[in-house]
Design a binder for this molecule. Structure first.
Ligand code: AMP
Length: 357
């Protein structure tokens, strides 16, 4: 099939790398020739119409994709995930309302449209709390951590009058995420819960599967995922980010797409998140999502390429670069590690410590 991707970044690039061996072709809509996907298929610059003419099925790379554009395209060619999933997941308030409706625990929250609203929300929720823009935040951008009521004006000003949400601060032990894929026949495949470490809001390290997970916690996370996939009739990959707390799981947010915390699955799972997303949207049976090794990890390459010689010398690591120019805080690539023991994993991460903050 011809798969059209709205966007031409690294996620589209890795979808194509996974999809070509299945016999598919790819096209992308991007903003310039210099996008990570540019060599991986037809690149239509600011031209969705040509992408739609090219494609048998369309998907998107980002939850910030315009829902109206997706609705219009869907009249001509199938789009997966649907506009319904996109509409819900691109707005933190709509997302949290769905969590409430489905009895999925999340932080207490209140929508904020003015400084006065923020004052009331702080009274209702208490401090510390985090103010976030309702849409378009990524890598911790568009967020303000409030410790004290004296910060209310500054916090609201930092939102630049955009619709926002105040969330109670969750005292978490660690951050986890879960990725699953659903096809058009309602078959589901789940990857294991993974553990994520961020620095300045940017994901730096994923350990997959997350170690020492209580089977009940894994079961609960899967139940939340299954409920969300079915409620939204989601087709393709869905990611939920969670906090593990002393009293159980709290869901933070979700993304209607393959996710940085699933990049380990390229070598670390029998079928990667990218291949399974492509299979789901092209009507192919989903592949096995079981890890190939008991101890896997992913380290992001951020800002500068760094010492890739070391990566290439190790026998259990794989380098994935996205063909992007170096720039502070930019995701340029990632390194996957597969290991048969905790000791082997720890030793590999230690050798790659130059890539970690
Ligand atoms: P987000 O963009 O919602 O994923 O937030 C970015 C990061 O901020 C998360 O990965 C957490 O480390 C932290 N964070 C977000 N929301 C909360 C919260 N309600 N309580 C505590 N930490 C949070």
């Amino acid at each position: 099939m011809k798969v059209g991707v709205l966007g031409a970044g690294q996620l589209g690039r890795m979808l194509a790398i996974a999809g070509y061996p299945l016999g598919h072709q790819f096209g992308f809509s991007g903003n310039s020739q210099n996008e990570p996907s540019s060599l991986l298929g037809h690149l239509f610059i600011n031209d969705n119409k040509s992408l739609v003419d090219f494609a048998d099925v369309i998907t998107f790379e980002s939850e910030n994709t315009d829902v109206e554009v997706v609705k219009k395209i869907a009249k001509t060619v199938a789009v997966y995930p649907s506009a319904k999933s996109l509409f819900t997941t691109q707005h933190r308030g709509r997302e949290k309302a769905l969590f409430d409706q489905l009895n999925i625990p999340c932080a207490p929250y209140q929508m904020v449209n003015s400084e006065e609203d923020l004052k009331q929300a702080v009274e209702a929720i208490g401090l510390p709390a985090i103010l976030k823009t309702a849409t378009e935040g990524y890598d911790g951008k568009g967020q303000f951590l409030l410790h004290d009521t004296s910060q209310i004006t500054q916090a609201w000003n930092s939102m630049q009058a955009k619709e926002s949400i105040l969330e109670g601060f969750v005292n978490f032990k660690r951050e986890l995420s879960l990725i699953a894929v659903r096809d058009t026949d309602n078959n589901h495949k789940y990857y294991p819960l993974v553990e994520n470490t961020h620095h300045n809001g940017i994901l730096r390290l994923t350990i997959a599967p997350a170690q020492s997970i209580d089977p009940e916690v894994q079961k609960t996370a899967r139940h939340y995922m299954q409920t969300l996939l079915d409620e939204m009739e989601h087709v393709g990959a869905l990611t939920i980010e969670l906090f593990e707390t002393e009293t159980g799981l709290v869901v933070n947010e979700m993304a209607p797409r393959v996710h940085n915390s699933g990049h380990w699955s390229i070598e670390g799972a029998n079928t990667s998140q990218f291949e399974n997303h492509v299979r789901a949207i092209t009507g192919m049976p989903l592949g096995d999502s079981v890890p190939t090794h008991p101890f896997c990890a992913m380290i992001n390459v951020i800002g500068e390429i760094g010492d890739i010689e070391t990566v290439l010398k190790l026998s259990n690591t794989h380098l994935h670069l996205y063909d992007k120019e170096e720039r502070a805080d930019r995701k340029l690539g990632h390194i996957n590690i597969t290991a048969n023991s905790q000791a082997e994993l720890d030793a590999s991460i230690k050798q790659l410590k130059g890539f970690l903050p």
